[in-house]
Write a protein that binds this ligand. Structure first.
Ligand code: IMP
Ligand code: MG
Length: 174
């Protein structure tokens, strides 16, 4: 099956929105230290770009959870496949994710991180697809709300491709 990618948010639009979120986080955490937890692999570009726009001290760390195979449907299973290096006890943690779909991945991850007793725990996502939500997760910072469409780019993949697109696109099957 062939697919085409239609632009949903251009590189400029994404950059602008990330700068806004970065400014907001910098304001909210004035005088504090943040541990930015990027979720591999999809959250890596968002986390990289966003942390560059945060002006308070940032410790960068990554965690990997798997929930999707090479298809556009959730398997309904999530597990931590690569853990953090940092001890987050007593620290301000901001989880940085590419997209929240059913919410299953984030729910498991947030429960896991909460047990490590951070000072605060916030969730920041580049995209939110609320129509698809199965598990309720509180989103503290959101880039864009989108309809139920499968998107790629800026870290997001279709069968592991397109993660490196500098914009966000919708996959259209021909
Ligand atoms: P959830 O547990 O269903 O919320 O799954 C979230 C994860 O599924 C995200 O971190 C993405 O890796 C993946 N995902 C969900 N929707 C899309 C999409 O439209 N494009 C690419 N990946 C997606
Ligand atoms: Mg992901």
């Amino acid at each position: 099956m062939n697919e085409r990618i239609r632009v949903m948010f251009s590189e400029q639009e994404v950059d602008k929105r990330i700068a806004e979120i970065g400014a907001q986080i910098s304001e909210d955490f004035k005088g504090e230290l943040i541990v930015a937890v990027g979720i591999l692999r999809g959250g890596v570009y968002f986390c990289s770009e966003l942390t560059k726009r945060i002006t308070v001290p940032v410790i960068l760390d990554f965690i990997e959870a798997s929930s999707y195979g090479d298809s556009t449907q959730s398997s309904g299973q999530v597990r931590i496949t690569k853990d953090l290096i940092e001890d987050i006890a007593g620290k301000n943690v901001i989880v940085m994710e590419d997209i929240i779909d059913t919410g299953r991945t984030l729910c498991l991850l947030l429960d896991n991180l909460r047990k490590r007793n951070p000072k605060s725990l916030k969730l920041c996502t580049l995209l939110d697809k609320p129509d698809r939500r199965i598990v309720d997760v509180p989103v503290d910072y959101n880039g864009f709300q989108i309809p139920d469409q499968f998107v790629v780019g800026y870290g997001m993949d279709y069968a592991q491709r397109y993660r490196n697109l500098p914009y966000i696109g919708v996959v259209e099957f021909e």
